[in-house]
Every structure is written in C-alpha cells, then in structure tokens.
Design a protein around this ligand. Structure first.
Ligand code: NAD
Length: 487
C-alpha cells in the first residue's frame, strides 16, 4: 500500500520538496508498512511558507467575506464529493476504521468550511457606537499569518477546524500536521487551491517538535493555534508569549462522565463506550473517568463487559471493523504501560488489557480495556492515557462526585447521564469544563464552541466564537464637530 504525496510540503499553491530536511516515514498502523517517505521542513522551507503566506494575506483580507466564503464552500463540496478517497487516506494516516472516517473525518472538516463560508458575511461585522453627535465604529480585522499545529488523532479535521475560521476572517495559514500523520493536511491544501483559494493562503509544511518552534518563534507570525498535549501546550504558549503572539490551546484531558442511578442504562453504557473506544480511545475529550452511582454499578459493569467484548477489531479498511490499531508503536507501548500500572495499583481488570487475536502482529492493536474499582489516587485515574482504556469509579452522592470530578488539573470536557432534568443542569453548572454533554457524549458539531478550561487550554474552535480568536477589533472614533482645544 502506498500513499506517497508528490512532495513533502505544499507552499504557494504547489508541492515543494527539500531533501535537506530530515527524512521520516509515514507508517500504516494496521500493518506497519511504510506508505510514504517525507522530509521535515528546513528553516528555509519554513521561511518560504511564511513569506508566501505574508505576501498573499493582504489581498485576501481586502476581498469581501462573501467572496472568501464562496471559495470555502466550494472546498466543502469537493471534500464531500471525495469523501471516500479522503476517508481512506485518513485511515491510512491514522489506522482509524473506515466505518468511522467515512462519517466523522473529512465530513467534519467539510462542515467547518461550509459553516464558516456561510456565516462570514454577517459574522464579521463591527459595531456602531453612538456618542451623542460624535460616534465610533469597530472593525473586525484579521491577525495576519496564523500558524496551526496539529495532533495525530484527527489530522484532516484539525487542519480544517483551524484553517476555516482563519481563512474566512482574512488570515493566511501555515499548518504543520503531526509527524505521525503527515498526509491528510496536504490533500486539504490541494483541495482549497482547487476550489479557488489564491496561492500562499494555506501552506502545509512537515516536521516534528523541532520544526514547530521555528514556526512559533517566527517574527512574521501573528497567532499560533495548537492541538496537542498539555506539556507541548506549555512550551508553545510560553514561546508565543515571549513575542506576544495570540494563542489558542486545544490540549489534553481526563474528563469525567457521571452516570446516576436513574440514567437510561443502555444509553449511558453506549455513551461511555463511545467516549472511550471511538478512534481507539485517541480523543482528547474522552470521558475516561466514568463515575457510576453505586445502585447500578453491578448491572452497569456486567452489560459494559458484555458489549465491550463484542466490539469488532481488525482491518480498518473493512467496513464492519469497529476498532482499529493505535496510531503508533510508541503510543501503544505507552498505553500498555498504563495498563500494567492500573493492575499494579489494585484496579480490577474487567476486560481487555492485551493484544487481540486474529490481527496483524505488525499492527499496533490493543483490546478495548475496562478497569473497575478505580480510585481517585490511581495513576490511571489521574493521567491522560490516550488509548482505549476506561476507568470506572463508583460514588454515593451528587456532592461527592462533583468534587471528585473536578479534582483534576484538566478541564476539557464532562458528561452526565440522568433522567432528572434539574439534576442534569445543576451538575453541569458545577462541573469545571469547557465542553459538556447531558445524556450523550463527545458530539462536537461545528455550530457549538469546542475547547477547554484549566490546564486543557484556552480559546475555542468551531462556532462564531472561533472568529474572535482569529480577528482583533479596531475602534474608530469619528468627530462631527471641530476640536474644542484649550490651547
Ligand atoms: P503532542 O503535544 O506530542 O504534539 C502535538 C503537535 O505539536 C505535533 O504536531 C508536534 O510535532 C508539535 N510539537 C511538539 N512539540 C512542539 C514544540 N515544542 N513546539 C511546537 N510544536 C511542537 O501531541 P500528540 O501526541 O500529537 O497528540 C495527543 C495530544 O493531543 C493529547 O494530549 C490529546 O489530548 C491532545 N488533543 C487535544 C485536542 C483538543 O481539541 N483539545 C484534540 C486532539 C488531541
């Protein structure tokens, strides 16, 4: 299987190679095959990408939002027409099953282009401020060259979620995908260009943690939007602060999902499974601490075990497959180490914990895993695992569970399952998180702001709120009479 792109980078409307950059392989996680060989960007490539973005941005910003939106909407249409091809590429990049990528990856990227392409004409207006004769008005202006840095779990979605609001607001973007999943973003750049985006406005360069700082520290960059771990977030936000760049930080989590005795049991179990096993558990907002009220604990665990053991694991290109491999050997090893820690610290391994039968031994597969009797102090309840490992904890009272749910440095997401409407609202009011769900989990439509609080980051993606993070306000005071000067 090969997925070799024409070159490593896409700059100024064309593919560009520079073999002086360190070579790295793109590996298909299901088989371990090398599917492409690429080169990380050299400082010269970084400069070229930023210079091209800078050149293109002024004219783009001068176009009407409607004209910019038309191009984004065309890109959305092309993405939908090529959904299968893009989904297969996403599966090759990540190992996620085609059953998922076909409904969740290019389609959610296309949603972002469609949404921002459609709303811009109205959403970028300023205000008129009457001052009794004089008046003022505000203009929402683009920031300039914005950098996007992506994680490996949703490569195409992240490339679009950052690109769409940046572009519609009149910015240019230079995007660096994760070194684990370098392929999808190049296709997004190609499609944007085909849809009519002038060259230079969406450039993609490759590289890893040594390349990222070249972008973050560049003097011609106005903003950095990162999706990644908290540790990387601290470094990137710190570097950006030294030159006062705007930042959006979409970071990790250890989110609570609370199931009360009165919840619809099958629905809550379905939500917990989706919130732990989708994308082989590699979702930042996953509800990895599942708090189950004691009255339903036994029933919850026995049905959860039964349903988890029926999950179809295997070749991600087969439509029936529900769980693919992890993105890389390094990530797999990390998850197995957490499983060992869980066992050593006394959690009960309810199911999983090993390598599934009947899968390629070269692939990075792992069984969906559930630990029960997890306590708050255990490592698996405190640290982000980023794999298909669910921790079930039990609780007695509402007050107790809220305090424990909030007892973490993270604050990305949270969920509650209950049939008591007032309790649901009371609980979400008290949970410290940026993105919350009542009686469902992990849905993130483009219309709704998405992002975290506490150490999970700041800024929001999606919805009109994202536009605030890719623009700044200019206030203009207009005098209607001569200046009254005492001098
Ligand atoms: P990571 O932090 O290792 O890498 C993220 C990106 O940052 C990569 O492109 C990497 O090359 C780059 N990078 C690393 N060090 C850098 C530096 N010093 N300067 C600039 N760039 C640097 O994360 P990952 O392993 O790719 O992804 C998993 C993490 O991402 C998890 O913690 C997960 O929760 C988080 N995540 C968050 C969201 C969200 O929206 N909140 C979404 C997906 C993933």
């Amino acid at each position: 299987m090969k997925a070799q792109p024409p070159a490593s980078h896409f700059i100024d409307g064309e593919y560009v190679e520079d073999i002086a950059g360190a070579a790295f392989d793109s590996i298909y996680p299901a088989t371990g095959e090398v599917i492409a060989r690429l080169h990380a960007a050299t400082p010269a490539i970084v400069d070229k990408a930023i210079a091209s973005a800078k050149r293109a941005q002024g004219q783009w910003a001068a176009m009407s939002p409607t004209a910019r939106g038309r191009i984004l909407k065309r890109a959305a249409d092309i993405m939908r027409e090529r959904n299968r091809e893009l989904s297969e590429l996403e599966t090759l990049d990540t190992g996620k099953p085609i059953q998922e990528t076909i409904v969740a990856d290019p389609t959610s990227g296309a949603d972002a282009f469609e949404f921002f392409g459609g709303v811009a004409a109205a959403a970028l207006n300023g205000d008129y401020i009457p001052l009794g004769g004089d008046f003022a008005f505000t203009k929402r202006v683009p920031l300039g060259v914005c950098v996007g840095i992506g994680a490996w779990n949703y490569p195409q979605q992240i490339a679009c979620w950052k690109g769409a609001p940046a572009l519609i607001a009149g910015n240019a973007m230079v995007f660096k995908p994760s070194e684990n999943t370098p392929l999808g973003a190049l296709k997004i750049a190609e499609i944007l260009f085909e849809a009519g985006l002038p060259k230079g406005l969406y450039n993609v360069i490759q590289g890893d943690r040594t390349t990222g700082p070249l972008l973050v520290n560049h003097k011609d960059v106005a903003k950095v939007s990162l999706t990644g771990s908290v540790e990387t977030g601290r470094k990137v936000a710190g570097a950006a602060a030294s030159s006062l760049k705007h930042v959006t930080m979409e970071l990790g989590g250890k989110s609570p999902l609370i199931v009360f005795d009165d919840a619809d049991l099958e629905s809550a179990i379905g939500g917990a499974m989706l919130g732990n096993f989708y994308s082989t558990g590699q979702v930042c907002s996953n509800g990895t601490r599942v708090f189950v009220q004691k009255g339903i604990k036994d029933k919850f665990l026995s049905r959860l075990k039964e349903r988890t053991e029926k999950i179809i694991i295997g070749d991600p290109m087969v439509e029936e497959t529900q769980l693919g491999p992890m993105v890389s050997r390094a990530q797999l090893d990390k998850v197995f180490a957490y499983i060992e820690k869980g066992k050593a610290e006394g959690a009960t391994l309810l199911t999983g914990g090993g390598i599934p039968n009947d899968v390629s031994t070269e692939g990075t597969y792992i069984q969906p895993t559930v630990f029960a009797d997890v306590t708050d102090e255990m490592t698996i309840a405190r640290e982000e695992i980023f794999g298909p490992v669910m921790c079930v904890l039990d609780f007695d009272s509402e007050d107790d569970v809220i305090a424990r749910a909030n007892g973490t440095e993270f604050g990305l997401s949270a969920g509650v399952f209950t049939s008591d409407l007032t309790r649901a609202h009371r609980v979400v009011d008290r949970l410290e998180a940026g993105t919350l769900w009542i009686n469902t989990y992990n849905l993130a439509p483009v219309e709704v702001p998405f992002g975290g609080s506490k150490q999970s980051g700041f800024g929001r993606e999606n919805s009109l709120a994202a536009l605030n993070h890719y623009t700044e306000l200019k206030s203009v005071y207009v005098a209607m009479s001569p200046v009254q000067s005492p001098y």
